[in-house]
Design a protein around this ligand. Structure first.
Ligand SMILES: [Zn+2]
Length: 245
């Protein structure tokens, strides 16, 4: 049985996308999320922090508290467009602690949400809080899987982990491309909920163009019109080679 067959058999998966900053995962995985939700899968975006200390927001005269409030509302609206649930963690922008306590929190969340698939920033990301997000999520996935780790919820093992392409990812070498052509408009609608993405003057550079162009580039590479791409250390255990359609 190939990977694509499970989808055809109607299995429903829960995708949990861990974003460092609200808006990150909508940008680099929002199309894939919308695509899965459209056919009946479930998705949850978990934001470690809102990104409330963004220099462009400070420059526009917004306090961290004011921008946090704006970003939270934007994230809720964007998730609604994608058909995803959204959670907000209480971490402060630029101050994500690389601690066991943070790992316990994510371990408990993984056990509560029971994702089949997790998307998060990868080890090639160079932004400070993104790197720590990767470390925390990777370790929390391990902890969540250990029955001997006694917590509120029982152990849970995910099926696959995918690393998203961030603005600050160096030498990204995707080995999974997902066709998002049929949900492209839904994805763009969700991105438009974020002022820092839709308003080039506010956000400091043309992020909407960046995300759309990146999706086109990944599409050209993979033979689709638009695609989002991921790195994975997924190990395939099959009887025969999987074949692309
Ligand atoms: Zn970010």
């Amino acid at each position: 049985m190939g990977l694509k067959k499970e989808h055809e058999l109607g299995k429903k998966y829960h995708i949990v996308a861990f974003a460092t900053h609200a808006g990150d995962m909508e940008g680099v995985a929002g199309g894939v999320i919308a695509k899965h939700v459209k056919v009946g899968h479930k998705a949850t975006i978990v934001n470690f922090m809102l990104g409330e200390k963004a220099p462009f927001a400070t420059a526009a005269g917004l306090s961290a508290e004011e921008y946090a409030e704006e970003k939270r509302k934007e994230s809720e609206e964007a998730a609604r467009v994608l058909g995803a649930n959204v959670r907000f963690l209480p971490f402060k922008d630029a101050e994500l602690p690389d601690t066991d306590d943070a790992r316990y929190l994510i371990c408990d969340l993984i056990r509560e949400l029971k994702p089949d698939i997790i998307i998060c920033p990868g080890p090639k990301d160079v932004q400070k809080d993104h790197i720590i997000t990767y470390r925390i999520v990777k370790d929390a996935i391990f902890w969540a899987s250990l029955p001997g780790m006694k917590r509120k919820y029982p152990a849970h093992s995910i099926k696959n982990l995918y690393f998203a392409e961030g603005l600050a990812t160096k030498n990204f070498s995707p080995n999974v491309y997902i066709d998002i052509t049929d949900v492209f408009d839904i994805w763009v609608e969700s991105l438009m909920k974020f002022r820092y993405i839709r308003d080039e003057k506010f956000g400091g550079f043309p992020r909407l163009d960046y995300y759309k162009t990146l999706a086109r580039l990944r599409g050209i590479e993979s033979g689709f019109k638009y695609a989002q791409a991921f790195e994975t250390d997924l190990i395939l255990k099959l009887q025969f080679f999987p074949i692309n359609e």
